[in-house]
Design a protein around this ligand. Structure first.
Ligand code: NAD
Ligand code: TYD
Length: 359
């Protein structure tokens, strides 16, 4: 493939996916298409921005005319779609932003892919699983589409969709549209549904980076409800590796769950963060536990997520490359070494980086 568009490449996961593709595919132009919302930060890509196979295009997926310009300029062979509103709490206060970007924005991309690929007689579109694939729409999605688990069990690729928050409903809807375009128009697609990610470049509104930041600043660590909610955490670089492998090796129309078999109750996770950050910053053991503050619960809070990623392991041999202890330690080290990134993000100065680089 000559040109691959990655949407949302300036965000947390997207920046790692862009880096993976830029480094591993030197002959392919990787187009980072991003609107640079509050969550998009081109500082995340500083180390690769001058690579000859990397380009940035500022475009908003809710605006078809902006997307069309990028499609006409590059005639992409594939789209890896990550651009989204991604924070559950924001989806509770402003669901429309999630409907616009995650549902309508995805549909806008699908319409252009349909026009450029399946309606184009020069393109073999790989409708059938074994037909050689020339194009691919890869939808990066979440395990939250499956709803919430009780104390036992795992999400598999066969678990019925049962989204509970406006965020997960918008992602479920976009997953359905992707599959519907595959079924109806023969658009070649794959979907992956991943558990909660953590790692470098994580925006400090999500639990792990928020707590690292607040421990460093000696600010309260807000724990929703009783803190016994459970999430399954995966190091972001392992997610990016999985996406690269699925992109190349999965059969058209496949779905893969991605996860690290790594469940933590929030309160235990926050205590582990405190232990590691205090140790690395030379504080006495347990020093920051006084910052733990139980606060009002999130409405409709999903009790537990847990991913069964055995299909991905069985079919493609993928497994996480780092243990949780290593991943968390690398993440905390990254935040300690990139205090400027964190200050720029929390002060809003990161948005100047784009203006300086591209205007
Ligand atoms: P993020 O919020 O850090 O980044 C989102 C990116 O999308 C930003 O760069 C933002 O500028 C861009 N964007 C938002 N609206 C846009 C629009 N209208 N047009 C163009 N660009 C726009 O998100 P993330 O955590 O990196 O998640 C990326 C993807 O992975 C999302 O689709 C999310 O649903 C999915 N996902 C996330 C997790 C997780 O734990 N964070 C887990 C599984 C799946
Ligand atoms: P989050 O990082 O927002 O991811 P998601 O909601 O997509 O799983 O939250 C992870 C868990 O941490 C979730 O159970 C909500 C909880 N949480 C808190 O207890 N306090 C916080 O300040 C935040 C942001 C989350």
């Amino acid at each position: 493939m000559k040109n691959i568009i990655i949407t949302g490449g300036a965000g947390f996961i997207g920046s790692h996916v862009v880096r993976e593709f830029v480094k591993k595919l030197p002959e392919t132009t990787i187009i980072n298409l991003d609107a640079l919302t509050y969550a998009g930060n081109l500082e995340n890509l500083k180390d690769i921005e001058s690579e000859p196979n990397y380009v940035f295009e500022k475009a908003d997926i809710t605006k078809p005319e902006e997307l069309r310009k990028v499609f006409e300029k590059y005639h992409p062979d594939a789209v890896v779609h990550l651009a989204a509103e991604s924070h559950v709490d924001r989806s509770i206060t402003d669901p429309n932003a999630f409907i616009n970007t995650n549902v309508i924005g995805t549909a806008n991309l699908l319409n252009l892919c349909r026009e450029f690929w399946t309606l184009n007689p020069d393109h073999t579109h790989g409708r059938f699983p074994d037909e050689p694939r020339k194009n691919l729409f890869y939808h990066v999605s979440t395990d939250e589409v499956y709803g919430a688990l009780g104390a036992t069990g795992f999400f598999t690729e066969e678990t019925p969709y049962d989204p509970q928050s406006p965020y997960s409903a918008s992602k479920a809807s976009s997953d359905h549209f992707v599959r519907a375009y595959g079924n109806t128009y023969g658009l070649p697609f794959v979907v992956s549904n991943c558990s909660n990610n953590y790692g470098p470049n994580h925006f400090p509104e999500k639990l792990i980076p928020l707590c690292i930041h607040n421990i460093l600043e000696e600010k309260p660590l807000p724990i929703y409800g009783d803190g016994k909610y459970t999430r399954d955490w995966l190091f972001v670089i392992d997610h990016a590796r999985a996406i690269f492998q699925i992109f190349h090796e999965a059969r058209t129309g496949e779905t893969y769950n991605i996860g690290g078999w790594n469940e933590w109750q929030n309160i235990d996770l926050v205590k582990e963060l405190i232990r590691q950050v205090d140790e690395k910053t030379g504080k006495p053991s347990g020093y920051s536990e006084k910052l733990i503050t139980f606060v009002k619960d999130r409405p409709g809070h999903d009790k537990r997520y847990a991913i069964d990623a055995s299909k991905l392991n069985r079919d493609l041999g993928w497994k996480p490359s780092v243990t949780f202890e290593e991943g968390l330690s690398r993440t905390i080290d990254w935040f300690l070494e990139n205090k400027e990134w964190l200050d720029n993000v929390t002060s809003g100065a990161y948005q100047d980086y784009y203006r300086k680089q591209y205007h």
